[in-house]
Ligand binder design. Structure first.
Ligand code: AMP
Ligand code: ZN
Length: 488
């Protein structure tokens, strides 16, 4: 089966044809490193890690570029005081590059914890200012951009007048957008409110600034990605990814910049990962509806009843297709943990199975492999792939109970295929002897004993249990709903 990818630009699944046979150029928008990534951000990066792993497993040589957005990040209103870097610099009393370093390190640590592979190239926006200035100059020369009061804007109306179709990705009717917003807001420097900044003049408050032909300033966010993607992957490349929320305006603007600069559609396949929700609402820092990865893993939160190993979180994420919304919940995590334990048990059992060459097996290994690969080729359908893996798990338990048999060749094939899917493609990791669950059960026993001691007013013993656990880095927390624990 040929690989099919859902292309947001076409609005349908398409057979994947790379520009250069056997090779894939893939760009994914990276984080804005002004604060810690939340679990929602992790989901998007994890979705593309799975896609990267799948492409590699399917035999493609992938150049995977994921940037770090570390230059001033423009806000929608363009007010420099709302710049997220400027705000955080003031709040933490740090140099902007200290903020960048702090949260880049945190980002890498978090992704490492969830076993994400590093990209082939991880360029930073601040390392590509020259390229961004050059692109801006080119856009001015070609008549697609204009300077205004030290800033440079992309002229969306001009782009559209030349028949280039602004809105092709987000399917927005730009004529309507113009009609509705033409007279609105004090656009000030812009010809039209839809025009977006390629280069922004730095106000005195803005600390991150560079010299340019238009005075001191900083680059626009959309231009950063065009500069870095085209530098490392060419004017036209295979896949561009990011979260669903980046479709408009970010990716729409990237398309406009690419087409205006190079007279070519910059990307063949646009891929968008769907959102992680919590309490049925999108996870987001600004609304306060978020959880940090380390809070989930340590148990230090009010949402989950216990800590979860990062590989369980990874497994839970992959049980939803990357284009579906996933609502994280305690029940979903518990169910994932159960499934994971059974999957790992099956892999272990496989090592102790004795093959029997003389008997026919009821499990058709080749059919099973075809179905599993079909799932992967069908727009990276991880939940269907996982469902097939559990068919194999069922068969392995039947082998253990001697209700089934397997030949020597098939046993080796099943072992290596299962290993490849579980560890290389899904990127799961074995948890040492399932310590997590054992530890949880042991702690529940200790909590129960402490409660009994307290009830019978044996406070010496109850305090001893609490203090000794604390000395081991396990903090008990008494709340309204009983006692929980945090691993420090
Ligand atoms: P940012 O650093 O804000 O640019 O976000 C980094 C990535 O996380 C982007 O690709 C966003 O689309 C993605 N993202 C933000 N919120 C969520 C969420 N709740 N679920 C999944 N991805 C998200
Ligand atoms: Zn981007």
């Amino acid at each position: 089966m040929q690989l099919k990818i859902y292309n947001s630009l076409a609005g349908e699944k398409q057979i994947f044809k790379p520009i250069l046979e056997g090779n894939v150029g893939m760009y994914v928008c990276g984080p804005t490193v002004y604060s810690n990534v939340h679990l929602g951000n992790v989901r998007t990066f994890l979705s593309f890690d799975f896609i990267y792993r799948s492409l590699t497993h399917l035999g493609y040589k992938v150049r995977y570029v994921r940037n770090i957005t570390d230059a001033g990040h423009l806000t929608d209103d363009g007010d420099v005081n709302n710049d997220r870097f400027v705000k955080q610099t003031r709040l933490e009393k740090l140099e902007p590059m200290e903020i960048v370093q702090k949260y880049t390190v945190d980002f890498h640590k978090v992704l490492d914890m969830f076993n994400l592979l590093p990209p082939s190239i991880e360029p930073t926006a601040t390392g590509h200012i020259v390229e961004q200035i050059e692109l801006t100059q080119k856009l001015i020369e070609k008549g697609f951009a204009y300077e205004s009061n030290g800033s440079v804007y992309f002229d969306v109306l001009e782009y559209n007048n030349r028949g280039l179709n602004y809105g092709e990705l987000s399917k927005r009717n730009i004529e309507e957008l113009f009609a509705n917003t033409r007279d609105l807001d004090g656009q000030g420097e812009k010809k039209n409110p839809q025009d977006f900044a390629l280069w922004k003049k730095a106000s005195p408050a803005h600390i991150m600034r560079w010299n340019s032909p238009w005075g001191e300033g900083f680059p626009g966010w959309h231009l950063e990605c065009t500069a870095m993607s085209t530098k490392y992957l060419g004017d036209k490349f295979d896949i561009h990814g990011g979260g669903m929320d980046l479709k408009f305006p970010h990716h729409e603007c990237e398309i406009a910049q690419g087409k205006a600069c190079n007279d070519i559609e910059p990307v063949n396949y646009w891929m968008h990962a769907n959102m992680l929700t919590m309490n049925s609402q999108r996870m987001s820092k600004s609304t306060g509806n978020y959880i940090l990865p380390k809070q989930l893993v340590s148990g230090e939160n009010d949402f989950f009843e216990k800590p979860f190993h990062p590989t369980i979180v990874r497994f839970c994420f992959l049980q939803a297709h990357y284009r579906s919304v996933l609502d994280i919940s305690n029940d979903a995590m518990i169910a994932s943990e159960k499934g994971f334990v059974r999957l790992m048990e099956a892999i272990k059992i496989l090592n102790s199975i004795t093959p029997k060459d003389q008997k026919e097996s009821g499990f058709n290994l080749q059919d099973w492999k075809t179905k599993a690969y079909d799932a992967l080729n069908d727009d990276f359908n991880s939940p269907v792939l996982i469902a097939h893996l559990f068919e194999a798990v069922k068969f392995i338990f039947a082998l253990k109970d001697e209700k089934e048999t397997i030949s020597t060749a098939d046993l080796e094939d099943l072992k290596s295929t299962l290993h490849a899917f579980v560890f290389d493609v899904l990127g799961l990791q074995a948890i040492e002897e399932n310590n997590n669950e054992k530890l949880n059960q042991t702690l529940q026993v200790l909590i129960e004993l402490r409660n009994q001691a307290r009830k019978s007013k044996n406070f010496d013993l109850s305090d001893q249990i609490r203090d000794k656990l604390l000395a081991e880095g396990i903090e008990l927390k008494d709340g309204r709903d009983g006692t929980s624990y945090v691993l420090n």
